[in-house]
Design a binder for this molecule. Structure first.
Ligand code: NAP
Ligand code: ZN
Ligand code: ZN
Length: 347
């Protein structure tokens, strides 16, 4: 066991504070990672506030981890000391079910995936995330960060990047397709970059026009404010695909009206509340309302290689670990351009 410094929420809705946690001794197939940077996902806020139901405290959030391997177990074959690596939303799964075999570990049907934090691991221990100095992870749940990507701008790709890449690819974002990204936050801004590079015609749907210049610079072709009712008239029936990253409840009937017939709205945002839906919004026009959760390990590596090839990283605001509570508050107010990233050296 190694004692490392970390930032943890001691209880639901309590401010995060500096503490220490234990990391397990490196096992045969484990790598020990010195964490350099950790992205701050809205999921960290929702879980630390216990907004999605019962959580484990103290909680060390963080599932956008970028660092360097500092020790490897005797059976490790994929990584060596000094390698630049990342860890995303999951650190284990059963490895045997059909989904695990198919590289869809995030949908493990045999006990579920083990989340990087706020979960009980298969060894019975609570998992702690990236707001810490080091982490020990089985090599099969670690990905390689290509040389072309700096670790700070790569960190957010480990959750935000894969969460956008996977549905954009699955639902055919590409040349000739009109794609709307709803919400220009951490997920949304990376979604704009990826959809643009995939060749789609990209529209940002944001609450206001405040971030319009940024949106166009990131690769959007069009930018509209959803606070303006004229947006819904002008864009009715426009999109092949809408990906919603909004962390608050929405009027889905209104957004489904923006789809072509047929078209798909894929939701990745996780509001705390349930939503109401008039099913005519789906039926007339053969429309699809779908969800998407992160991506598997192999697809996460594919996404990182894609981002490196195209020079895509997150737009980040680097913060000291002591600024984490302010960052949470700013994210709750949609005041982030576009991902807070903790410099783990400040822990
Ligand atoms: P974020 O950086 O806070 O961005 C969310 C954006 O949603 C905001 O920037 C804002 O964009 C928009 N928004 C917020 N409140 C809104 C409201 N009341 N009405 C309309 N729009 C609103 O959050 P994030 O880290 O990108 O995460 C987004 C959501 O995805 C969270 O719920 C998170 O838990 C979830 N998530 C899901 C997965 C998955 O696998 N499915 C993975 C990661 C995260 P504008 O200012 O442009 O309007
Ligand atoms: Zn996340
Ligand atoms: Zn499984």
């Amino acid at each position: 066991m190694t004692t490392v410094a970390a930032y943890a929420a001691p209880a639901a809705k309590a401010p995060l504070e500096r503490t220490t946690i234990e990391r397990r001794a490196v096992r045969e197939h484990d790598v020990l990672i010195d964490i350099k940077f950790t992205g701050v996902c809205h999921t960290d806020v929702s879980q630390a506030r216990e907004g999605w139901g019962k959580a484990f405290f103290p909680m060390v959030p963080g599932h956008e981890i970028a660092g360097v391997v500092s020790e490897v177990g005797s059976g490790v074959t994929k990584y060596k000391v000094g390698d630049r690596v990342g860890v995303g939303c999951l650190v284990d799964s059963c490895r045997e079910c059909d989904n695990c075999e198919a590289g869809l570990e995030q949908m493990c049907t045999n006990g579920g995936m083990t989340s990087t934090y706020n979960a009980i691991g298969r060894d019975g221990e609570v998992t702690y995330g990236g707001y810490s100095q080091k982490i020990v992870v089985d090599e099969n749940y670690v990905v390689r960060i290509p040389d072309g990507l700096s670790l700070d701008v790569a960190a957010p790709l480990l959750c935000a990047g894969i969460t956008m890449y996977s549905p954009l690819k699955q639902w055919g974002a590409g040349p000739g397709k009109k794609v709307a990204i709803l919400g220009l936050g951490g997920l949304g801004h990376i979604g704009v970059k990826i959809a643009h590079v995939m060749g789609a015609e990209v529209t940002v749907l944001s609450q206001s026009l405040r971030k319009k210049d940024d949106g166009l610079r990131l690769g959007a072709d069009h930018y509209y404010a959803t606070s303006d009712p004229a947006t819904f008239q002008e864009l009715a029936g426009s999109f092949d695909l809408i990906v919603s990253t909004v962390s608050a409840p929405l009027n889905f009937d209104a957004y489904l009206s923006l789809l072509k017939m047929p078209g798909a709205l894929v939701n990745v945002g996780v509001p705390e509340e349930s939503i109401a839906l008039n099913l005519f919004s789906l039926i007339y026009g053969n429309k699809t309302l779908a969800g998407s959760a992160m991506g598997g390990i192999a697809e996460t590596q594919e996404m990182l290689d894609f981002c490196a090839e195209h020079g895509l990283g997150a737009e980040i605001e680097l913060i000291a670990a002591s600024e984490i509570n302010e960052a949470f508050t700013r994210m709750e107010a949609s005041d982030v351009r576009y991902r807070f990233v903790i410099d783990n050296a400040t822990i």
